[in-house]
Ligand binder design. Structure first.
Ligand SMILES: *Cc1c(COP(=O)(O)O)cnc(C)c1O
Length: 377
């Protein structure tokens, strides 16, 4: 089970203390300290969701009207929507054929004089290829925010994901590698960025009624902090179990013609958040929709690239067309003509399976049996 007596006890302590906000309590501060230590960074800033973490991280870099940020289109909506929340422009680059994470070659083609940052997403607990992304950022003077919301504890060349770019963001939604119900975290080694993130999550307020900058109320609660402290202690055990489940599936799927297991690159120590299978429709003579219908335990994963969704096709940002109509931008962004060949094919071939620590061996074997049956034609 994801939660046990230990979390209940720590939450009870917070409730009995009568201090429910980080402004008066000390539990979130403790969680931040421990999370920073776990990731090997100087600072962690607790917020109330992964979406808030991204919103704050982007704002802390003073990115706004007229600025572009390059992201993959094969990700959760918040990677993109938080750029729009900051009045900046999401620009999509293609993904890698094998890892389904941002392809550095495609990123390079999308860099313009307006580009300010890159947000690689560590998908399903497998890290993006950070070295070439950091090289591009250095060459073009860009910031890097790692969206590590699906990859707590994963490593890239021996470093925890989220600790490599200027900032890293995490979500503690129940489906993630660890949970606080709702919640999020920003990590960084940069003292000034950490200070800005702390301001932004709390109205930009540095002292009573002193507003240093525009902010929001994105504070993590003490109850969330209490759950987080306990969950963090269990994180490595959770990851071990998730990886065991994932590798068990992968080993058994290797012999199944028509379905490929996820690829784990040499540079990555994974922390599987879910298991990704790739269909070969020409072999199994079925498309993804037909396959998913016959396999009710499976889930589609990002059924189309984000730029093909209504929000982007019709540029449904702020009223009056911002951020795209902003005079600081001065360019015409057309999402409806974008064609990124890898993501468009991959989106039709990828599906996800739950491999959370609670799942039973029977359920895993059932997945395998169904996949075997569906691919024998
Ligand atoms: C879950 C997730 C988020 C958002 O986190 P919330 O806590 O749900 O707001 C952002 N990016 C990615 C890649 C995610 O998987």
């Amino acid at each position: 089970m994801q939660l046990s007596e230990e979390e209940i006890k720590e939450v009870e302590k917070v409730l009995r203390s009568q201090q429910l906000s980080l402004l008066t309590g000390e539990v979130v501060r403790e969680f931040e300290k421990q999370f920073a230590r776990y990731c090997g960074v100087k600072h962690a800033i607790g917020v109330n969701s992964g979406t808030a973490a991204l919103h704050v991280a982007i704002a802390s870099l003073d990115i706004g009207p007229g600025d572009e940020i390059i992201i993959p289109p094969f990700t959760f909506i918040a990677t993109a929507s938080t750029i729009i929340h900051n009045n900046a422009i999401p620009v999509f680059a293609d993904i890698d054929e094998k890892t389904y994470t941002l392809d550095p070659n495609s990123v390079e083609k999308q860099i313009t004089e307006k580009t300010r940052a890159i947000i690689p997403v560590h998908l399903a607990g497998i890290s993006a290829d950070m070295d070439p992304i950091m090289d591009l950022a250095e060459q073009h003077d860009l910031h890097v925010i790692e969206d590590a919301c699906q990859a707590h504890g994963a490593e890239y060349r021996g470093k925890k994901v989220g600790s490599i770019g200027d900032l890293g963001t995490f979500s503690f939604y129940p489906s993630k590698n660890m949970t606080t119900g709702e919640g999020g975290m920003i990590i960084t080694n940069d003292d000034e960025l950490a200070e800005q993130c702390r301001l932004i999550r709390h109205h930009g307020e540095s002292a009573w009624y002193v507003y240093e900058r525009l902010g929001w109320n994105y504070r993590m609660t003490e109850v969330q902090g209490a759950i987080g402290v306990v969950q963090l202690k269990k994180l490595d055990k959770f990851i071990e179990k998730r990886n065991q489940n994932a590798f068990y599936l992968s080993k058994n799927v290797e012999n199944i013609k028509g379905i490929s297991p996820p690829h784990v690159p040499d540079y990555c120590k994974p922390a599987f958040n879910y298991w990704i299978g790739k269909l070969h429709p020409e072999i199994i003579k079925m498309n993804k929709t037909q396959f998913l219908e016959k396999f009710p335990q499976s889930k589609t994963l990002y059924p189309e690239p984000l730029y093909k969704t209504k929000l982007f096709k019709h540029k449904l940002g702020y009223p009056k067309g911002c951020p795209w109509s902003c005079p600081f931008y001065g360019k015409k962004m057309k999402y409806d003509v974008i064609q990124l060949p890898i993501v468009e094919r991959i989106a039709k071939e990828i599906f996800a399976l739950d491999i959370s620590p609670e799942i039973s061996p029977q359920a895993l074997n059932e997945y395998i049996e169904i996949m075997k049956k569906l691919t024998e034609n």
